[in-house]
Design a protein around this ligand. Structure first.
Ligand code: AMP
Length: 190
């Protein structure tokens, strides 16, 4: 199995790249943000809870997010591997992911991180907000808060996976196919 953590700040291009990579490598794509948005749209209990955090650009609490991720992985027991997009975002989530995969006799293969500077992220997200319909893309202060939360709570995971020799940084600025190619260069080594 290949299990890839696609990593990077909001607006780095994780979702866009995951769409190409899942076809190319036949992996199941799990985006925790997409699962939350699906629940918001369907007004589930989880959706109502998640919305109160997402609209402010804050993280949804770990316990809720981890339970949801476990359920998504369990739904795909025949998967050849996974692309985790937007998960893990905290050390507790990274530990939970490790435990889950080890319980399934596999592990995180690599963290592929898309590196993009902050002002480009803000521009990309404001642009996306014109069509995404996402409340958290529409307001520059919420966008800046999401980037702040990334540095405060999520960026430490670079060191977490570096210690395991699993961190691969990729230049996330360029055309979509160029970036897919850069990521493929890493994934083709597994
Ligand atoms: P994304 O689609 O990855 O940009 O996620 C959108 C929002 O969903 C984030 O700003 C968080 O509020 C929430 N979210 C997504 N994934 C996670 C996660 N792993 N942990 C906590 N909150 C998350």
């Amino acid at each position: 199995m290949i299990n890839v953590v696609l990593f990077g700040p909001p607006g780095a291009g994780k979702g866009t790249q995951a769409e190409f990579l899942k076809e190319k490598y036949q992996l199941v794509h799990i985006s925790t943000g997409d699962v939350f948005r699906f629940n918001i749209k369907n007004a589930t209990e989880l959706g109502v809870l998640a919305k109160s955090f997402i609209d402010k650009g804050q993280l949804v609490p770990d316990e809720v997010t981890i339970d949801m991720l476990n359920a998504e992985v369990d739904k795909n027991s025949d998967a050849k591997g996974f692309i985790f997009d937007g998960f893990p975002r905290t050390e507790a989530q990274a530990n939970a992911l490790g435990e889950l995969l080890v319980s399934k006799k596999t592990d995180v293969t690599a963290m592929v991180a898309l590196e993009v500077e902050d002002e480009i992220l803000v521009k990309r997200l404001l642009e996306r907000g014109k069509t995404s319909g996402r409340a958290d893309d529409a307001d520059e202060s919420v966008i800046r808060n999401r980037i702040k939360v990334y540095y405060a709570e999520t960026a430490i995971l670079k060191g977490y996976y570096e210690k395991q020799n699993k961190y691969y940084g990729i230049d996330g600025v360029g055309s979509i196919p160029e970036i897919t190619e850069r990521i493929s260069t890493v994934l083709d080594t597994f």
